[in-house]
Design a binder for this molecule. Structure first.
Ligand code: GLU
Length: 260
């Protein structure tokens, strides 16, 4: 279905919703319940949703009594291994309130590049939809190496949106929209609409303020381009707006899909 504006979001057949680590862990832990409540409401009215979630490493940190993200790959992988199961547990506890089941789908960059494994993933996701299960996707961090990985879940989410032929990809972070310079700077203007061929090179992007995730505005813009080039609408907003965006309110930045 082709979406024209925010009011079409709740009517779309299939959405991919992506949330970043800092939005659902640490001081922001309580956002996870809000996210699940909003998703559950749309699933109840017949929408198919894939949730792409980061936060395995961030969830593992306090469990393994570490204060910040380590530099070495093996410790990150160990943290992800511990954190991923706890993260899924947290999602399932919330989903129980709506009588929904989570289905964990861990993907590596290699899986989506490979024709056979990406076809398998597509089929599994389709069956999860048929069964009314919420697929929860993350990168398979324990097998990802520095050279071959999505790098950040923004890219993974865009590729999953393409794989499942989603109508829209909703990127949730800590900032409510795209601005022409870091929103903390005076005079920053919100960008509400982005057209497929808009040149975004003049946007001044600050560095990511989170010390638990890997993405930032740059990876979000790249993911938005990847998805819109493949005919998928992208909406960028904050986790605080999750209920509004899924109900069709006009929030965030709308990246119009390229239909050509
Ligand atoms: N897959 C990583 C995790 O769950 C996060 C990657 C990212 O920050 O986008 O911790």
């Amino acid at each position: 279905m082709s979406l024209s504006d925010h009011r079409d979001i709740p009517k779309a057949k299939r959405l991919v919703v992506k949330v970043g680590s800092s939005s659902i862990t640490g001081a922001n832990e309580s956002n996870l319940a809000k996210l699940v409540a909003a998703i559950a409401k749309n699933i109840a009215s017949g929408q198919e949703i894939v949730l792409v979630t980061s936060g395995a490493i961030a969830t593992g940190l306090p469990l393994l009594k570490l204060l910040s993200k380590p530099d070495d790959l093996a410790t990150s992988q160990a943290l992800a291994a511990v954190g991923q199961s706890r993260l899924m547990l947290r999602y399932q506890v919330e989903l129980d309130k709506y009588d929904l089941l989570a289905g964990q789908v861990l993907l590596s960059a290699h899986d989506l590049e490979n024709e056979e494994s990406s076809a398998n993933a597509k089929e599994a996701l389709g069956r999860l939809f048929d069964l009314g299960v919420l697929p929860i996707v993350n990168e398979n961090d324990t097998v990802a190496t520095a050279e071959i990985r999505f790098g950040d879940n923004d890219r993974l989410a865009a590729l999953v949106a393409i794989l499942v032929e989603a109508d829209a990809l909703i990127l949730l972070s800590d900032v409510d929209a795209l601005y022409d310079r870091p929103p903390t700077e005076a005079g920053a203007n919100k960008i509400e609409w982005v057209e497929p061929l808009d040149d975004l090179s003049s946007i001044k992007i600050g560095s990511s303020s989170s010390n638990v995730g890997t993405g930032g505005a740059v990876t979000k813009l790249q993911a938005a381009r990847t998805a819109t080039d493949n005919g998928i609408t992208v909406l960028l907003t904050s986790i605080d707006n999750v209920g509004s965006v899924l109900s069709g309110d006009r929030v965030g930045t709308w990246f119009r899909a390229n239909r050509d």
